[in-house]
Design a protein around this ligand. Structure first.
Ligand code: ADP
Ligand code: MG
Length: 760
């Protein structure tokens, strides 16, 4: 099974997308197609033994589209692909400008006399009607040639019985053209018989300028639409462009400049103030303030020193660092972020599928309405020219391009501006569900709190020394990556000198999620964890002095972990974690906005309640095992709640998957959190509130867009068909064409508002 991405030109609307998809899907050997109208990409999965890319490209070209590029999964091809989009945009610009110039002149000739604009006598409508029509004909031809692709594509699609927006424009302008030519011949014959006045009357009914305007406005509309779309796609590609071309590495004692793409894992890179870090790594020398806004959207610089991770595309503000490269190419954080956004934007929100289905039946319906319009006006005794004009208006005003753009533009702008602020959403569908969330479950440690618990108290049995106890604690906890273990380890490292920590022999280490750890240390069976663990392992004894001594600490809201060897408790450590500074505010916002907030924690009830009170949470479930969290979420789902689970990822995977939306917070450089639907790069709870706002804003924007797109058509079609003629309102094809272009442009502009919207 192979997957390739093709960039497709001349694909402008939802009907085109449906058509391309249908064509590709019918190829034997193709198993899946995902098309993105905005990036003009088609992701195609196929069996390479049955079919190849050339064959697929042929089918696409035969269907009337152009295959601009085949993109493979590497950076160079991606940049090329973006350049191709630029080229396409340049072609659209040329078409728009040249059509516009010819259209202006055509308009001047055809309509100028109404405003008494001067015109050479040879072209005078009264004196020389044949020349008057003739010059219009001559001016229309280049506009038709410039936009020939519309006719080619439109009629081809019509004959294949899958008419699209080009079909509507092509039929509309061809009808105007043929009618004009017919009248041209009539006028010519009248002139030959000397009936100049009769020829002049006919000359007023030509509609060459209508044909010209329809085409010119469509060309201009496509250009502006393309520009707006490009600004959306650019947002994504700008992430990649931040990587500096060259970078300085240290080889031995020498500094050496090399291309960033040649960096290898293990290279030592030196970065000084004002320079951008080329790839991900770990600092081995120096310290610096680093502006990570390219990843997190947060412009406040972060201080980093030896041992800290640095991320490619972030900026060294002052100081200098030498870091060792840990990730290159597709493995870097920025590449992964880009991949997530790209994958996400090729997925479809359920609401979008609806729009696709509507527009697939829409075009044939419009053609039918146009024919009926023509017939009805003829029956009502109007002239052919009038009936035709109305039918053309119907065709032109109802192009479903706005409908096709409504959802993908909003989703794409939403996702990319989310990403620019450290909020990565994995799919369009996720975004739609986020907007409906009404219950948020929060993990405590690392989610509501900073997740960096610090040891505050040490209680040791008389039978051993404090150092002996700490060395044992170190041995047990140094194998765990739980925040508590990290707190314990760093405390012991500070208390006892490195070389004095005797390395004990640890065997069969085991992590018991939500409880603690277990191992054989120097032949003794030792455990470290909460009271539940003591009970599970039969080491619990209510009368024990360590337990009695630890109770007051727990009352204070500290997390106490107990250590026992061979079922005898030997000591405990109390740790205090601080609440993140924005937790309370974020939780308040959620509660104020009709969202239930529930705390789920494996920690003790007392600690949980204290923290919950501090941040204003009323629903608390404590002492949970990871699978219990999962169960609580299921229970709410059965209540038909839309649930969101936020966790720092450490042993929260099952509940992240269970919830309708799983949110991994503080993902740092580890953004490959597979279980999560949303990845928050920063470690702030207010980003959860932001994510909800983003989801809601995008949904609102989509609805606005769909409303405007449909509204245009619902109002536009009857008006174009002549419903308001009795009230003196008659659309001309020119106005219809302008209105149609305007509707797509307004949809795209509305979506772009999300970039600066209040969701931040
Ligand atoms: P939370 O739901 O707050 O993130 P966890 O489910 O990760 O908590 O852990 C629950 C409890 O299990 C902790 O409060 C702690 O008492 C105990 N625990 C977990 N891991 C360890 C460890 N490595 N060492 C000691 N205790 C641990
Ligand atoms: Mg946790």
């Amino acid at each position: 099974m192979k997957k390739e991405r093709l960039i497709i030109g001349d694909m402008h609307c939802a009907a085109c997308v449906a058509n391309v998809k249908k064509n590709i899907e019918t190829i034997d050997g193709v198993s899946g197609v995902d098309i993105n109208l905005l990036t003009k990409t088609a992701d195609i999965s196929f069996n390479e033994n049955k079919v190849n890319v050339d064959k697929i490209s042929n089918v696409i070209e035969n269907a009337g589209y152009r295959v601009l590029e085949i993109v493979r999964d590497n950076e160079e091809d991606r940049i090329n692909a973006l350049n191709k989009l630029d080229d396409e945009q340049k072609i659209l610009k040329k078409r728009a400008i040249s059509s516009f110039i010819f259209m202006l002149v055509l308009f001047y000739v055809a309509m100028g006399h109404m405003f008494h604009f001067p015109l050479p006598e040879v072209f005078d409508m009264m004196l020389n009607p044949i020349m008057f029509i003739g010059i219009q004909f001559v001016l229309l031809i280049p506009i038709m040639l410039i936009n020939l692709h519309i006719f080619k594509n439109g009629f081809q699609m019509l004959f294949r019985r899958s008419p699209n927006m080009d079909t509507l424009v092509a039929i509309g302008s061809t009808a105007a053209f043929i009618y004009g030519v017919y009248n041209f011949v009539v006028a010519f014959n009248l002139t030959k018989t000397g009936d100049i006045a009769g020829a002049h009357n006919v000359a007023g009914n030509i509609y060459f300028e209508s044909a010209g305007m329809i085409l010119a406005f469509v060309a201009i509309g496509k250009y502006f639409e393309g520009r707006a779309k490009a600004s959306v796609t650019r947002e994504i590609s700008s992430l990649m462009n931040l990587t500096p071309k060259m970078t300085t590495i240290i080889v031995g004692q020498e500094k050496q400049k090399i291309a960033s793409e040649d960096l290898k894992i293990g290279d030592k890179v030196i970065v000084v103030a004002g320079e951008i870090i080329a790839t991900d790594g770990i600092i081995v020398e120096g310290e610096a303030f680093i502006d990570q806004s390219s990843i997190t959207g947060e412009s406040m610089p972060v201080e980093k020193s030896v041992g800290d991770e640095v991320i490619g595309t972030t900026l060294v503000k002052n100081g200098y660092i030498i870091f060792e490269v840990t990730k290159v190419g597709n493995e870097t954080m920025i590449a992964k972020i880009q991949k997530i956004i790209e994958d996400a934007t090729t997925t479809k929100a359920p609401i979008e599928k609806l729009a696709d289905r509507v527009s697939a039946i829409f075009v044939p319906a419009v053609i039918l309405i146009a024919i009926i319009t023509f017939i009805i006006w003829m029956i009502m005794g109007k002239e052919v020219s009038f009936a035709l004009q109305m039918a053309i208006c119907v065709l032109v005003i109802s192009c479903p391009c706005a409908l096709g753009l409504a959802t993908p533009t909003a989703v794409m702008v939403g996702m990319s501006s989310g990403a620019a602020n450290g909020i990565l959403v994995r799919s369009a569908q996720t975004l739609e569900i986020i907007g409906k969330t009404n219950t948020v479950f929060l993990d405590k440690t690392g989610t509501i709190t900073n997740g960096e618990p610090k040891v505050t108290d040490v209680i040791v049995k008389n039978s051993i020394s404090k150092d002996e106890f700490l060395v044992l604690a170190y041995a047990l906890e140094s194998y765990s990556d739980h925040p508590i273990a990290e707190g314990v380890v760093s405390y012991i490292k500070e208390t006892i000198k490195d070389d004095e920590i005797t390395k004990l022999n640890v065997e069969s280490f085991e992590q018991i999620f939500g409880r603690g750890v277990k191992a054989t240390v120097e032949g003794k069976k030792c455990i470290a964890g909460n009271i539940s663990l003591l009970k599970d392992e039969d080491a619990y004894n209510e009368e024990d002095s360590i337990i009695a001594g630890s109770l007051p600490l727990m009352e204070d809201g500290k997390t106490v972990i107990f250590f026992a060897c061979n079922d005898n408790i030997i000591g405990s450590l109390a740790l205090a974690d601080t609440v993140k500074q924005d937790s309370k505010e974020a939780i308040n916002w959620m509660i104020d906005n009709q969202t239930d907030v529930v705390m789920l924690t494996g920690d003790d009830v007392k600690v949980a309640n204290l923290i919950a009170k501090e941040v204003g949470i009323k629903n608390v479930y404590a002492n949970l095992l990871p699978q219990d969290k999962d169960e609580y979420i299921s229970k709410h789902q059965n209540n038909s709640d839309i649930t969101m689970m936020v966790g720092d990822g450490i042993n929260d995977a099952p509940s992240l998957v269970r919830a309708d939306i799983g949110v991994a917070i503080g993902a740092g450089t580890d953004i490959a959190k597979d279980a999560a639907d949303v990845i928050l790069v920063k470690n702030e709870l207010s980003d959860v509130a932001r994510t909800i706002r983003l989801g809601k804003s995008v949904m609102k924007n989509i609805k606005e867009n769909l409303f405007w797109a449909l509204f245009y058509n619902v109002i536009g079609i009857p008006v174009a068909a002549g419903l308001l003629v009795p009230f003196g309102i008659t659309l001309t094809p020119m106005i219809a064409s302008a209105a149609m272009s305007l509707s797509s442009i307004s949809v795209v502009l509305n979506a772009l508002r999300l970039k600066k919207a209040k969701w931040l």
